[in-house]
Design a protein around this ligand. Structure first.
Ligand SMILES: Nc1ncnc2c1ncn2[C@@H]1O[C@H](COP(=O)(O)OP(=O)(O)OP(=O)(O)O)[C@@H](O)[C@H]1O
Ligand SMILES: [Mg+2]
Length: 282
């Protein structure tokens, strides 16, 4: 099974969930070379910094040759001054995309040595017209001020719940799972500390729901409204044998005959201590 962080990875800048409208507009303004600045993407883990960095060259110039006109450097692996010499050699090569642009992505840039960061300053100046440097970091304070002053800086914080909910709904739909809106909000608030974390929790939820759905019905159990839409059975079959999930997403004890008929519990990692429905629902 493909990891959800890969399966639901943004394919273009517009797919990214941004922390706020201004950041979204700022990042999107680079599309089709609407802007051409060096940028620094910083912030907490799993909020899309590397994803945006990798998508940016194609967004800026759609015919970029990503193998030959984009230099991706993992700053925590390649740290010293030699790396800057290599960057310079790369930038001297000809670019064949329609704008003649080149892109240097330095991921985890604060991991470059001080000497390397310092040397980069001059290289950024020399190639200012046709090279875009894209830095990502979790620790902006460890990035040399000379680099910071040559780039637009964007903070990638975890997006608020309302911005994450469409992504959660999209995943649930693709995975044929259903959850009520209050459950989705609750789930997203709990696990949306980063988009990466949210996708991993959705993956766990999905795996557990599908595993339980493939097991024979057991004795009646606590249930919630996270149901797996089975692909083949008719809706009548689904309602007579719903898959339920006693997670924090639990709702008050359901009253519908369909849900109480023969639920299959789904002990995902989302399980909390035995829920007291009214408290959970509150
Ligand atoms: N803002 C986002 N919008 C959509 N998907 C996201 C977003 N942020 C992260 N993801 C998902 O999480 C995965 C990991 O994201 P990414 O590696 O870009 O995070 P990061 O900010 O670089 O994390 P780190 O600080 O740990 O390096 C992506 O492949 C994608 O599936
Ligand atoms: Mg990263």
């Amino acid at each position: 099974m493909v990891a959800f962080t890969t399966k639901y990875k943004p394919k273009c800048l517009a797919d990214v969930v941004y922390p706020d409208t201004q950041t979204e507009l700022d990042i999107m303004s680079y599309e089709n070379a609407g802007r051409f600045n060096n940028i620094i993407l910083y912030g907490t883990y799993g909020t899309g910094k590397t994803t945006i960095a990798r998508l940016m060259p194609k967004a800026v110039v759609d015919d970029v040759d990503e193998d030959n006109e984009v230099d991706f450097i993992n700053g925590s692996k390649v740290r010293g001054i030699q790396c800057i010499d290599d960057v310079e050699d790369f930038l001297h090569l000809t670019s064949w995309n329609k704008k003649g642009f080149k892109f240097v992505i330095i991921d985890e840039a604060e991991q470059l040595t001080k000497q390397a960061q310092f040397a980069l300053k001059g290289v950024m100046d020399r190639f200012i017209d046709d090279a875009m440097f894209i830095f990502t970091t979790n620790h902006i304070n460890d990035l040399y001020g000379g680099i910071q002053s040559r780039a637009e800086i964007y903070l990638l914080d975890p997006p608020p719940v309302e911005r994450l909910v469409p992504l959660v709904k999209h995943v649930l739909k693709c995975e044929k799972l259903t959850m009520s809106d209050p459950q989705i909000n609750q789930f997203t608030a709990k696990y949306g500390t980063s988009v990466r974390n949210l996708l991993m929790k959705l993956e766990t939820l999905t795996i557990n729901a599908k595993r339980k759905a493939s097991q024979p019905p057991s004795t009646p159990n606590l249930s919630c409204n996270t149901t797996l839409n089975q692909p083949t059975p008719t809706s009548a079959a689904i309602t007579s044998n719903p898959v339920s999930c006693n997670t924090t997403l639990n709702q008050p004890t359901p009253t519908s005959a369909a849900t109480t008929s023969n639920p299959v519990s789904c002990n995902t990692t989302l399980n909390q201590s035995t829920p007291t429905s009214s408290k959970q629902a509150a």
